[in-house]
Design a protein around this ligand. Structure first.
Ligand code: 13P
Length: 247
């Protein structure tokens, strides 16, 4: 399967950030990247970035959506609106949403299903905290999140999983290659049990957490790692291009 390098801009970016998409497009110009390339900006920038990226190898995704198509939900944005603005995918269940907004796996699953119903790819995030890892609970936590959050009927075309250990996000720390391999293998096995062996092998499993140009090649070479979900190092086109070049 073709790997995916996705950038999650989180709550960063203003109109002027369109220049980063232009720079990213320029850096990819001429050489087709070995991976799919996506930037997920805040909702305010989905439309201008989708316009700027049109016709290039860069796809635009979004961050989070409501479970409903429309209605009385002040401040929320539906998957249909994100699709209408030009998004191809949406991140759901990021640990920052699980922590800041108390999102449960049950809610994440409903959001993922709403995203897919709107024609978006759902990028479903999972990952243990440091306390959970130190307690030896990593695999049980990740399994519970996968079981609870995976949208019904998930396929490789509709769903991407992102394994992001909470303690590796924004910390500069990364798990060892063995630790990443163990969790990604467990997620693949979990997907086999929840879907079918064939679908399980078509669903991309991204690694996220302090991915940067200097460690991307090593992380992306690990078995069952089908791409990266990148935070800080996706904000500047140069850094993100360095990660894309590692595929
Ligand atoms: P960093 O790459 O900044 O660690 O963030 C990872 C992340 O949370 C992407 O969703």
């Amino acid at each position: 399967m073709k790997p995916l390098a996705a950038g999650n801009w989180k709550m960063n970016g203003l109109k002027a950030s369109v220049s980063e998409i232009n720079a990213l497009k320029d850096s990819l110009d001429g050489a087709a990247p070995a991976c799919d390339v996506m930037i997920c900006p805040p909702a305010t920038l989905v439309l201008p970035l989708a316009d700027a990226a049109a016709g290039s190898a860069v796809q635009i995704g979004a961050q989070d959506c409501h479970t409903a198509v429309s209605g009385a939900h002040t401040g929320d944005i539906s998957a249909a609106m994100l699709k209408d603005a030009g998004a191809a995918a949406v991140i759901v269940g990021h640990s920052e949403r699980r922590a800041d907004h108390g999102e449960t796996s049950e809610l994440v699953k409903t959001k993922a299903e709403a995203a897919i119903a709107a024609g978006l790819t759902a990028i479903v995030c999972l990952g243990e905290t440091l306390a959970e890892r130190e307690a030896g609970d990593t695999l049980s936590v990740v399994h519970a999140q996968l079981n609870g959050s995976l949208p019904g009927g998930a396929t490789g075309a509709t769903t991407v999983i992102a394994y992001e250990p909470v303690w590796a996000i924004g910390s500069g720390l990364t798990p060892t290659a063995d630790q990443v391999a163990e969790v990604h293998q467990a997620i693949r096995a979990g997907l086999s049990a929840l879907t079918s062996a064939e679908e399980a092998h078509s669903i991309r499993i991204l690694y996220g957490g302090s991915v940067k140009p200097s460690n991307a090649a090593e992380l992306m070479a690990i078995d069952n790692v089908d791409g990266a979900l990148v935070g800080g190092a996706s904000l500047a086109a140069d850094d993100f291009a360095g990660i894309i070049a590692a595929f």
